[in-house]
Design a protein around this ligand. Structure first.
Ligand code: H79
Length: 579
């Protein structure tokens, strides 16, 4: 077993480079003149390419432009602390010199060299942790591996066990003994592997390199840390150690026609959002068959690196958002004695944060120009709120995500109750709802990405208590999610929202307001978080809140509709100021 603090470097790192490099970079998304939809490294599977035909790609794989030092220095410049490269993907091809399978880069390609050897050397020299992706369950090249049903229609448990013994374990032994210390093994897509077999692989890794971590996808929850789904950005806080693997466009392996690159701002938003939840960001590049990382990726990583150089202290080794909810203006991380405000939008002059109980002794912008920021802190007795006000310079201190660091006395203390935000919106995330599983049976629960799932019974309901300081007219918005496969959003439920307020002595009107609404696609939630796993906003209301005080919003489902196989999957509800 790894030592107690074996996750130390990984928690500190927060940001790593994923490299998907293999034979699939040769067709690069095109097979026999046709563009093949989906992720590039799945081309063999999507087009049911026979093993023999796919194997011929090796003859065309000659990455003469590969330069290990350039790749590693790019990762380092971007602020990435570890590199995870595909040692063998689902296609079964070893990207290193493997003694246990001839289907490898050294033996089968005109390149005739082992690029991993160079990469290991360059990583060691640069102080970047080298890590390996290894597909342990799917192997489309082997009779005993899972996935290839066109060459091998039948897969028995016995054949799979033989494949583990004859290919997986020997290859793991190779990659853990030939290249020096390895940071982690990134297993993927456990499918038919048994719990016992997952444990065997984990034990093998630890027996060869006790400090090498094992990714959650080794299967059966036995990994050293958790792995979110591909491109899954949680909607709220998560418990424990997690990592999200993510793409810069819509593929992992190189595809020449995929130019759907995320903006640098969106990539940074994802890094910041994940850091504020304590989740590592493993951002992918897909080099070409010549060994070149696409310029679109290089340019973006260089810009991310510029930002990291100036603002890295808000990311590396940071602790997550101390508040249990998110803010519309940006994200928060913290560290001993310091709270970092990372702004998606730079406020106009004045910025108000409610609920910070710690005393702020100093505030300053990070970056090239360190402005001292004027701070005022008051406790509003009537509204029972801590109010922090910052006078910010008019000029944005960074064009992408400016950061203000607050120095505080001791550990950060916050009011965890839901407050109306400075923009007068009220954020009611699913993870802060009180769940009433009145129906019994399988309860509603939060999935690993903090989305409420399993709401399939009309007897169940959810509710939030929150404090309103600035009453008025509000629109209610629900964001419903597609988290299960197929990843299509399914609405059509009819919900009832009841807003219960305090007893009002004046003639302020009714204190209970009920609204019904069919959940429909009023608008896609257009955020960096929801690019791959869509969410849909449905607008309800308006509703008028006449006086300040504590309110309860209760949500029920009157009808689940016809399309919603998974019931209603809720990300959040919010009240937004309506004119
Ligand atoms: O290595 C990357 C992916 O190849 C791997 N995980 C990341 C890190 C991965 N393995 N499986 N999946 C992702 C799920 C893939 C699902 C799909 Fe498809 C592949 C959707 C489209 C192509 C399978 C084939 C389902 C539909 C067609």
């Amino acid at each position: 077993m790894p030592k107690k603090d074996h996750l130390g470097w990984w928690r500190e790192a927060r940001f790593g480079m994923f490299i998907h490099w293999g034979l699939y970079a040769v067709p690069a998304g095109v097979w026999k003149g046709k563009q093949i939809p989906g992720i590039g490294e799945w081309i063999m599977f999507r087009d049911r390419i026979p093993v023999e035909e796919y194997g011929k790609l090796a003859k065309k794989f000659n990455p003469v432009k590969f330069n290990a030092r350039e790749w590693v220095s790019l990762a380092k410049r971007a602020g990435m602390k570890y590199i995870v490269i595909t040692s063998k993907h689902h296609d079964g091809f070893a990207m290193y010199d493997s003694a246990s399978s001839d289907f490898n880069i050294k033996k089968a390609t005109p390149y005739k060299k082992d690029p991993i050897k160079d990469l290991a050397k360059a990583c060691a020299a640069a102080g970047v942790k080298l890590c390996f992706y290894y597909s342990q369950d799917q192997d489309w090249h082997e009779q005993g591996g899972r996935g290839n049903t066109w060459d091998f229609p039948e897969l028995t448990k016995k054949a799979f066990a033989d494949y583990l013994e004859n290919k997986v374990k020997p290859q793991l032994t190779e990659i853990l003994t030939k290249y020096g210390p390895i940071g982690l093994i990134w297993f993927d897509t456990p499918g038919i592997i048994s719990r016992k077999q997952s444990l065997e692989l984990k034990q093998l890794v630890h027996s060869l390199q006790p400090d090498c971590l094992v990714s959650g996808r080794v299967g059966h929850g036995v990994g050293d840390y958790g792995s979110m789904g591909d491109n899954m950005i949680p909607a709220g806080p998560v418990n424990g150690d997690w990592e999200t693997p993510a793409t810069m466009n819509d593929t992992w392996g190189f595809k020449k026609h995929d130019t759907n690159w995320k903006s640098v701002k969106d990539l940074l938003v994802l890094l910041v959002d994940l850091a504020s939840k304590g989740v590592n960001y493993l951002l992918n590049v897909g080099p070409t068959a010549q060994g070149v990382i696409p310029q679109a990726s290089v340019g973006r990583l260089n810009q991310i690196g510029e930002w990291m150089k100036k603002h890295g202290e808000a990311i590396y080794g940071s602790k997550p958002n101390p508040f249990p909810f998110e803010f519309p203006w940006g994200r928060i991380t913290h560290n001993s004695g310091k709270v970092y405000l990372l702004f998606y939008e730079w406020p106009k002059k004045e910025f108000v944060l409610k609920g910070l109980k710690s005393t702020v002794t100093k505030a300053q912008t990070l970056g090239d120009f360190k402005h001292n920021v004027e701070v005022s802190q008051v406790y509003d007795k009537a509204l029972k709120e801590n109010v922090l006000t910052l006078k910010l310079p008019a000029k944005k201190p960074d064009k992408l995500i400016p950061v203000v660091v607050l120095e505080i006395d001791g550990d950060v203390k916050v009011d965890k109750s839901i407050q109306q935000q400075a923009d007068e919106s009220i954020q009611l995330p699913a993870h802060l709802a009180k769940l009433d599983n009145a129906a019994g049976g399988t309860p509603m629960k939060l999935d690993r990405s903090s989305i409420l799932v399993g709401w399939t019974n009309k007897k169940n309901s959810v509710r939030w208590n929150f404090n309103v300081s600035a009453p008025g007219k509000f629109r209610i918005e629900t964001s419903t999610a597609a988290v299960a496969r197929p990843r299509i959003w399914a609405g059509g439920q009819t919900v009832e929202l009841s807003l219960n307020g305090p007893a009002v002595k004046s003639a302020a009107g009714p204190t209970v307001k009920t609204l019904n609404k069919k959940i429909r696609r009023d608008e896609n939630l257009d955020t960096a978080r929801t690019k791959h796993l869509p969410e849909v906003i449905s607008k309800i209301g308006p509703v008028v809140i006449k006086s300040p005080g504590m309110y309860t919003l209760e949500m029920k489902v009157l009808d689940f509709g016809k399309k919603a196989q998974n019931g209603l999957q809720l990300s959040f509800v919010r009240l937004v100021r309506a004119q």
